[in-house]
Ligand binder design. Structure first.
Ligand code: GLU
Length: 297
């Protein structure tokens, strides 16, 4: 294939790629870049391009954003294969996978509030940092079985965390494949431990980003995940979950992030770069492709 004069050599069967936005706002130029790259890669290599709505956050996702996303993608000229997968309709499946991890002794309930965690971290001056900030200090991991049962008896709000040390030990050494712009594959050693005890089920819903994305990439048969550089580190956790849940491992391509005039990453709140406002101001899909420039880093 040839994207902006560069050639991507894809070694295997035609890839199955996806675009997986969260309907918590309008799509901006950065999303267009990601969707176009994923779509064009699949189309150029005779593969399939799938769409998934990552709408587990009931408080922030809105039907009008869903409508807007579908409209934006169609306007860009992108077509997807098969039905749109909606994570909000798949909670029973996520729960099943959580039960498996619980049976394996890899999850524990965490009753801490955000404030509890902040206070605990403040008390330990050398609190380890992960890619997403300070690591969870492990307060609820060390509760005795009896204390845990006593607390659960009153059904307090709690999330489920992965016992990372145990999980990493159980899975053993893991690697994932990263595809660069020339289609060169590099095997990366997975380092999920840098995230600490990640949340796999939130207090308000029986899944989390990490769990749902891993299960759904497998359900949809994705073989090449194309997404932003900001999610590169999360791949280490996804690789671990694939191993623990006996799911296949796709290849990964993490693309550069678009920035605004002051060098800051585009965000949903930047009205000026939303596709809807660009469209209203007379921009064309071809113009959007020109604006995002070469998709390759
Ligand atoms: N839902 C995520 C987002 O909108 C993307 C997840 C992914 O591509 O893995 O940022």
């Amino acid at each position: 294939m040839n994207l902006h004069n560069k050639t991507l050599h894809w070694p295997g069967a035609p890839p199955i790629t996806r675009f997986a936005p969260s309907p918590t706002g309008g799509l901006h130029l950065g999303h267009a870049f990601s969707a176009i790259l994923s779509h064009d890669t699949a189309r150029a290599l005779g593969g399939r391009f799938l769409l998934r709505l990552e709408d587990i956050d009931g408080g922030r996702c809105r039907p009008e954003f869903v409508t807007g996303i579908l409209e934006d993608l169609r306007w860009l000229g992108l077509s997807w294969d098969g039905p749109v997968l909606r994570q909000s309709e798949r909670m029973a499946l996520y729960r099943k996978h959580l039960d498996h991890l619980t049976d394996e002794g890899l999850l524990y309930p965490c009753f801490c509030t955000r404030k509890d965690i902040q206070e605990e971290i403040a008390r330990s001056p050398s609190a380890p940092q992960g890619p997403d900030g300070p690591l969870y200090p492990g307060t609820c991991r060390t509760l005795t079985q009896k204390d845990r049962a006593t607390r659960l008896a009153t059904s307090p709000p709690h999330c489920l965390r992965l016992d990372m040390a145990k999980a990493v030990k159980r899975a053993g050494p893991l690697t994932w494949t990263c595809l660069d712009d020339d289609g060169k594959e590099t095997d990366i050693q997975a380092r999920p431990e840098t995230f600490g005890d990640v949340v796999l089920a939130r207090k308000d819903c029986p899944t989390s980003y990490h769990l749902a994305v891993t299960i759904d990439d497998a359900s949809q048969g994705i073989t090449l995940v194309v997404r932003g550089e900001d999610l590169r580190e999360a791949t280490h956790v996804h690789r671990l979950l694939q191993a623990l849940l006996h799911l296949p491992t796709p290849s990964y391509r993490h693309h550069r992030l678009l920035v605004n005039d002051s060098g800051k990453r585009l965000a949903k709140r930047d009205r000026a770069t939303t596709l809807a406002s660009l469209r209203e101001s007379g921009e064309t899909p071809q113009g959007i492709r020109r604006r995002i420039g070469p998709p390759l880093t």
